[in-house]
Design a protein around this ligand. Sequence first.
Ligand code: SAH
Ligand code: SF4
Length: 354
Amino acid sequence: MPARAPLLGLSRTTLMALVSSWGFKPVHAQRVWRHLHAHVRDDFESIDSLPAGLLGRLAGETTTAWLPVAHESASRDGFTRKYLLQLDDGRQVETVLMRYAGRVTACVSTQAGCAMGCVFCATGQMGFERHLTTAEIVAQALHVARALAPTGERLRNVVLMGMGEPLHNYDATIAATHILCDTAGLALSPSRMTVSTVGVVPGIVRLADERQPVSLAVSLHGATQAARAAMVPVAKTWSLDAVMDACRYYCDTMDRHIFYEWTLIAGVNDGPEDAHALGRLLETQRAHVNLIPLNPTEGYAGSPASQHAARAFQAVLVEYGLPSTIRQRRGIDIAAGCGQLAASQTERHDQPKG
Ligand code: SAH
Ligand code: SF4
């Protein structure tokens, strides 16, 4: 028996081709698509005048695969809700719903684990397990959209900043962004969808060559090759110079700016000399810097920069004409740092009883 098609991973065009190959009309495919992606429902029997034969084919030959919640937690401040979602093979990935300044953002994972090994990152400390499929990436954003349904809020922003490196799973990630931006579905604006990369140079160049309309964030953390390589092992493959060349190429080709992420670690990269080095690196670039105080993880001894150090860092960037934002460490009480919920669950499972 052929494998059942994962409905959430099909583009509207592919779904229409499938439905017409079964002998049904495009209008029926459109209704199924809207039901799934605009109403975020899979009770197809409630759709008006859908042929019974089509219901049978959908039930027998496709899967909807909402991801069941293995664990859910809310931060004390009420702004962050974190879901550990269960994949078919028993693996778990995290998806976070964040409310900030009246906006709702979903933070979505693209891989189970990550191969890049950044020293301070809980996902990196887990190692690589596997790529997520397009359906699994789409399902996470739709999970947040469904969770919002009772409040009437709409999901408007998606950041691909959960577990994993999106550009190491380029095809599935980009296909998911297209599905989530489809105007007959969730209809997210592509510029409100941000792909964050550790600096996978071929992926950055490909985003530009393909004119992918999503926003781009590049994680730097160090402004010299040596400082960066100490935190980000893949800097040995894609040097800081190569990353900056790719970034310039991206900005020129796309005629837009890049967000740069900088995890602020006390005594490691939060001093004025680090800020000046970053200022010199980016002063001729179209850049916005996001400063993220470290979320401490089990496997890394560093601690977060103080609020005072973060502000002083920001003041130096102003001297170079660089706009920046200090990210709130929202939901710290529920371990809302990258990969931390999944990692702590794993540890709990691994601990001997008694
Ligand atoms: N792999 C991609 C996207 C996922 S990580 C990337 O590295 O960009 C998303 C962001 O969270 C990155 O900027 C990463 O450096 C940051 N991050 C990871 N672990 C963190 C931690 N413990 N504290 C603060 N930021 C962290
Ligand atoms: Fe992977 Fe990003 Fe974590 Fe680095 S920071 S290990 S690239 S998820």
